[in-house]
Every structure is written in C-alpha cells, then in structure tokens.
Design a binder for this molecule. Sequence first.
Ligand SMILES: [Zn+2]
Ligand SMILES: [Zn+2]
Length: 343
Amino acid sequence: MNLINFTDKGLCCPQGDFYIDPWKPVDKAIITHAHSDHAYAGHKYYLCHHHTKPLLQLRLGDNNYESVEWGETITMNGVKVSLHPAGHIIGSSQIRVEYKGEVWVISGDYKTEDDGLSGKFEPIKCNTFITESTFGLPIYKWKPQQEIFENIINWISRNKENGKTSVLLAYSLGKAQRVLQHIKDTTQDIYVHGAIWNAHEALLNVGWNLPVVKRITPDTPKEALKGTVVIAPPSADSSPWMKKFHPYSVGVCSGWMQVRGNARRRNVDAGFALSDHADWEGLLQSIKATQAERVFVTHGFQSAFSRYLNEEGIAIAAEVKTEYGSEDEEAPKQEVDETKDEL
Ligand SMILES: [Zn+2]
Ligand SMILES: [Zn+2]
C-alpha cells in the first residue's frame, strides 16, 4: 500500500487516516485551496491554511475547521503533515506528507510566478510528487505578469477615452483579487459583482488590506458606471446583468486566452492570458526541483504531460483520474468553446 492512494473518494492516506481534497464526504480532509472542485462540503473535519479558512467558511458555512501556518508540522497517527505555499490563490497550499522517511507532496493547483497575494510557490524535495497539469502543453508560455497588467491598464484607458465601461471577467476567487490589486488606480471607482464582493468582504473581515471596491446592486445608477471598471466572474458574461454597463467592452483574464482566436470565439473584445496556474515551463521546472523519482499527473493534459515526463526521463510518471478541474481556469471546453448568444 502506498503512503497516498487514489480512491473513489479522493487522495487517501490510510496510515494517517485522512484524505486530501476528497470529493466525497470523509472524516478528515486536508484542503489545498478553496476552489469548489478541491473543497467539497460534508467532511467532519477540515485542515487548511489560515488564509483558506475564511474562504471555506464563506463557501461551505460553519464546519470543524483547523487552520495552520505554512511550514507548521502536525502529526496524524504518526504521519507528519505540513502545508507549503502553492502560489495559486490566497491560502493555496501544497501538502507535504511524511512517514518513516518517505515523502509525498500533493501540489493542488499551483503557479510559479509570485502574485503578491498567494505566497511564493516553494518546490519541496520529495520521493513522489502529485502535480496538476492544467496547462501542460508547450504552447502555454505566460508573459511576465507586469506586461499583461500594462496591457490591461492600456485597454482600460482606451475604453475610458471612448466613453466605455471596462468589464473584466475574472474568477471570483483568486483572479479577481489579483487583477484588482493591479488596476486599483486606473479609475476612481471600481465596481464588483456580488460573488467577488463576498470574497472581498470575507478577506477584509480577517484583516486583509485590499483596495476599496463598490458592489453592483440593482440600485447602482447607470450613470455612475460610465467609464469605470467592473470586475465580474465569467458566468456573468452574456447574462442580463451586463445590460447595465452599456456601452462597454469585455476583457477576459484567463490562461486559455493564450490560444489565438479564443477571445474571438468567445466573442469578447479582449483576451488577457493571465493564469493562476503554472505554464509548461513552470510545471517542468517545479517537477525537476522536487527531485521526485515518481510523479502522478492529475487534472489537465495529464496523458500528454505524463508521457512527456517519461520520454524525457524526468521521472516515472503516470496519469491519475480525479474529479478536479471544473473550477477556475480548469474547464477549457466551457471556457473556450462557449459561444455567447447575445447580450
Ligand atoms: Zn484552483
Ligand atoms: Zn485544480
């Protein structure tokens, strides 16, 4: 039996009697981050990072939560468990599991570029590494975030000059906070959708210092929105909710925008390839840095990516089927192929 097993409930550590990001109710769950496909309801006990806790409370309500600092070790039935920054969204953590000298690391979702909010991704030496592969193809190579944010800011200025509202579509957990941090000085008021507002409030309540935003409500006067910036989750796109912003321009912030034509296919005005996941190089470098002799590849391009790792002799790699990959940027079909009907 392995230290970590792949079961129909999720990644299981039988020795420690806990699961990592299980998708069915269990007694003890260790949660990498608060995206809904990694953090399910119904567990009797949740262990997560301090910053993840308020986000779980927001999404799942009151539960038996225990939160820890990065690097803090807790022992569960002789198994040493510690959380380490994954750089994906606020609070996102890799899980290090050690028993009798053997070390496994479960990455959760991760990115290697430091976004200033999520903690800097830290490669951890291990025998076995379980990695995501959302963008595990060589075509995915991100530009430095500074460059992308400059493009976004220029786009906002152009819209303002043309009397348009800039509607930025960004996932409410992670991407929205990251974008907001960089565009906070572009207009006097920044408006947000209710889903983003809720996450914002949850973080403010536990002491995060975030830019001031206004919530869009049915009472928000149309005139007040002219030339401003609105941040909304992708689901708001093509909904009647958007009508209020006319005239406006829509920009999508997603790694899928790296592929030429995706912005056009989605019928949006601008695509910014800003991702909260590692790109191809980021994945490879991170895997090499762990010095793992064995790698399991979860959600994303897992078969292509694990084949590459094997062929290059980087590690013995195998793909694993999980239920992850329906949240944030992990659903390319929906995100990329979806054609908008009408506004
Ligand atoms: Zn995620
Ligand atoms: Zn994921």
